[in-house]
Design a binder for this molecule. Structure first.
Ligand SMILES: C[S@@+](CC[C@H](N)C(=O)[O-])C[C@H]1O[C@@H](n2cnc3c(N)ncnc32)[C@H](O)[C@@H]1O
Length: 278
C-alpha cells in the first residue's frame, strides 16, 4: 500500500487501483465494509433512487463496472429480478467474494474485467452502473468511453461517487479525529475531486446528462467508520509518522464518540444519470 518512502515523507498509492496486490486481509475487510455501507439506510435510499430511473424488461442486461464484492450488484439483481445482471471487477479476490456472497441470485454473475476493456459487444447493454469506482481510477474517461461503447442507443449510464474532498469527522474547529478522515482519503482515494468533474466527464464522451445531484450522508455507525480510523492510524504508526500512543488515542477517541453518540462521519455522494443518444 505504501509505495515509496523518501526520508519521512511518504507517497501513498490507492490500494483500490490493484486490490489483489493489497492482499486477502484487505479484500475481506473491505468486502465486509462495502456490505456494511450498502446496508446503511441512507446509502440504500441513494441506490434505490437511481435504480428507480431504470426501465427494464426480462430481455434487459444491466452491468456494474467495478463491482467489488458485489454489495451493489446484489442490490441491482434484487431490483431487476427479471433482467440479467453482470458485475465486472478487475480483482480476482473480490470476484471470488462476490460469487460467494451472490449465491441465491439466479440472474447474477461476476466476471473479472477492467472497466476500460469489457468483454462485451458494442451496443449490447441496457444499463451500466459505476458505484464509487471513478474516484479510484487514474483515467476515468477510459471507463466512460467503454460504457458508451457497450451501451445500446438510448441506454442508461448511472455514476454514483463520493465527493471525498468534503469527507470529514470534524465536530469542532481543529478536531484531531479529522486527521483520520483526511488520511483515509489520502491513502484510499485516487481523485477526491472526481465529483466536481463528473458532469463534464460524462457529457464530453457523448452522453446526455438527465439528472445530477449531491446528497449528504452522516455515518455514526461505529463499524462503518472504524476502518477510517484504525487502519489509517496503524499505517501512520507503521510509517513512523505518529507514535503508538497517538495512534491508540485516536482509535480510543473514535470508540468514545461512537459510544456516546457524538461520532460524526460526514460524506457527500453525487449521482449522475445519463443516456446514450438513441
Ligand atoms: C470502493 S470499491 C466499490 C465496489 C462496489 N462498486 C461497491 O460499491 O460495493 C472500488 C472498486 O473499483 C474497482 N476498480 C478499480 N479500478 C478499476 C478499473 N480500472 N475498472 C473497473 N473497476 C476498477 C476496484 O477493484 C474496487 O472493487
Amino acid at each position: 500500500m505504501v509505495c515509496k518512502t523518501a526520508r519521512r515523507r511518504t507517497i501513498v498509492a490507492d490500494p483500490f487501483q490493484d486490490v489483489d496486490s493489497a492482499g486477502p486481509e484487505f479484500i475481506k475487510l473491505f468486502a465486509d465494509s462495502m456490505d456494511e455501507r450498502q446496508s446503511d439506510p441512507k446509502m440504500e435510499e441513494i441506490v434505490a433512487s437511481y435504480l428507480a430511473a431504470l426501465s427494464l424488461s426480462e430481455h434487459s442486461t444491466v452491468i456494474e463496472v467495478g463491482a467489488g464484492a458485489g454489495a451493489v450488484t446484489r442490490r441491482i439483481a434484487a431490483h431487476s429480478s427479471a433482467s440479467k445482471v453482470i458485475g465486472f471487477e478487475p480483482s480476482k479476490g473480490f470476484v471470488a467474494e462476490a460469487k460467494d456472497r451472490g449465491k441465491g441470485y439466479p440472474n447474477l454473475e461476476f466476471l473479472v474485467a477492467d472497466g476500460a476493456s469489457l468483454p462485451l459487444d458494442s451496443g449490447s447493454i441496457d444499463a451500466v452502473v459505476m458505484h464509487t469506482v471513478l474516484t479510484h481510477v487514474e483515467n476515468p474517461k477510459e471507463l466512460i468511453v467503454e460504457a458508451f461503447r457497450v451501451l445500446k442507443p438510448g441506454g442508461t449510464l448511472i455514476v454514483c461517487d463520493a465527493d471525498f474532498s468534503k469527507a470529514t469527522f470534524s465536530a469542532f474547529p481543529n478536531d484531531p479525529l479529522d486527521i483520520c478522515a483526511k488520511e483515509f482519503v489520502r491513502e484510499f482515494v485516487t481523485d477526491p475531486f472526481i465529483v466536481a468533474k463528473m458532469r463534464s466527464l460524462i457529457s464530453d464522451v457523448g452522453f446526455s446528462v438527465a439528472r445530477f445531484g449531491v446528497e449528504s450522508r452522516v455515518v455514526n455507525n461505529p463499524e462503518q467508520m472504524l476502518p477510517w480510523v484504525d487502519v489509517t492510524c496503524q499505517q501512520m504508526y507503521e510509517r513512523g509518522d505518529i507514535g503508538k500512543e497517538l495512534a491508540d488515542a485516536l482509535v480510543a477517541e473514535h470508540h468514545r464518540r461512537a459510544q456516546n453518540g457524538s461520532l460524526y462521519g460526514y460524506q457527500a455522494f453525487a449521482t449522475a444519470i445519463a443516456r446514450k443518444p438513441g
